[in-house]
Design a protein around this ligand. Structure first.
Ligand code: GEK
Length: 254
């Protein structure tokens, strides 16, 4: 991977396909990923930048930070750029070998005081160390719904008091009128970013079995069930949202 090569344009779904297979984070997707994600998630650059700024507020010296479902390491690199705490290490995890290989190249290209260790693993099976920040930036939506509570519980247990989880997700809504409006606005956003109607509909079909969305209420209930007492939505654009969930210090809960 040569991070200083021009970013390739995403044309994965540009041609008509006889059969649209399930979406996979394979080599073809990894090669165009920076272009794909920035044209597909409203506010992606703001979210990634803010994750770094949140790290600077919440990461505790001499602790570990997890970037779960790191893809090419955008959140890890933002944390590396912004966080000034001493003795911090970032553990970036993804279960796609193609992503992990490219992520390693990106991480090596950026200097800085915070080491980033990239590994290929399923976050559902990961044993977590005590940590002060965990990032799930558009990852949980790709995990089987029945495994999601256990992952959030595991993150809560691993977080130190005062630690933080940033959870970003595409969401769905019970209210069909609101849901249809937000989806429509989102498709307009994609068209404005140069995706054709064919690309939008083929990608949608590819994601149907792979990305299973929850409502905001389901996400919040899951975070509260795990024990997070402070849950705040800090970003919202159409059907894309991000929460910050804080594990309170014992004094704060007294
Ligand atoms: C970013 N966070 O740029 N275990 C580990 N990784 C997984 C799993 C799993 N069970 N399931 C999916 N992934 C990134 C963007 S992309 C979001 C995250 C998107 C990985 C998957 O391989 C992919 O790299 C990532 O989660 C989701 O800030 O493409 O919409």
């Amino acid at each position: 991977m040569k991070p200083n090569q021009p970013i390739q344009r995403d044309s994965v779904y540009a041609q008509p396909l006889n059969k649209v297979s399930d979406f996979a984070f394979d080599a073809k997707v990894a090669a165009v990923f920076p272009d794909m994600i920035s044209r597909s998630i409203p506010g992606y650059a703001t979210i990634v930048d803010t994750i770094g700024r949140l790290a600077n507020r919440f990461v505790q010296p001499h602790t570990v930070v997890y970037d779960l479902g790191c893809s090419l390491g955008a959140a890890s690199l933002s944390i590396k750029q912004h966080c000034q705490a001493e003795g911090v290490e970032i553990l970036a995890v993804d279960n796609s070998p193609a992503m992990v290989e490219r992520c390693q190249g990106y991480v090596e290209a950026y200097r800085g005081n915070i080491p980033v260790h990239v590994s290929c693993a399923d976050i559902a099976e990961l044993t977590m160390q005590p940590c002060s920040m965990v990032v799930l930036n558009f990852t949980l939506q790709f995990v089987a719904p029945e495994l999601r509570q256990a992952i959030i519980d595991k993150i809560y247990a691993a977080l130190l008091p005062g630690g933080v989880l940033v959870l970003s997700e595409k969401v769905t809504h019970e209210d069909p009128v609101a849901d249809a409006l937000l989806i429509d606005l989102y498709h307009e956003f994609k068209r404005n970013n140069g995706y054709s109607d064919l690309e939008i509909s083929q990608k949608r079909a590819a994601l149907e079995n792979v990305m299973r969305l929850n409502t905001p209420e389901q996400h919040i209930a899951r975070l509260q069930q795990a024990g997070f007492s402070s849950v705040q939505e800090w970003f919202r654009c159409f059907n894309f949202t991000s929460w910050i969930a804080i594990k309170n210090t014992p004094e704060a809960t007294e």
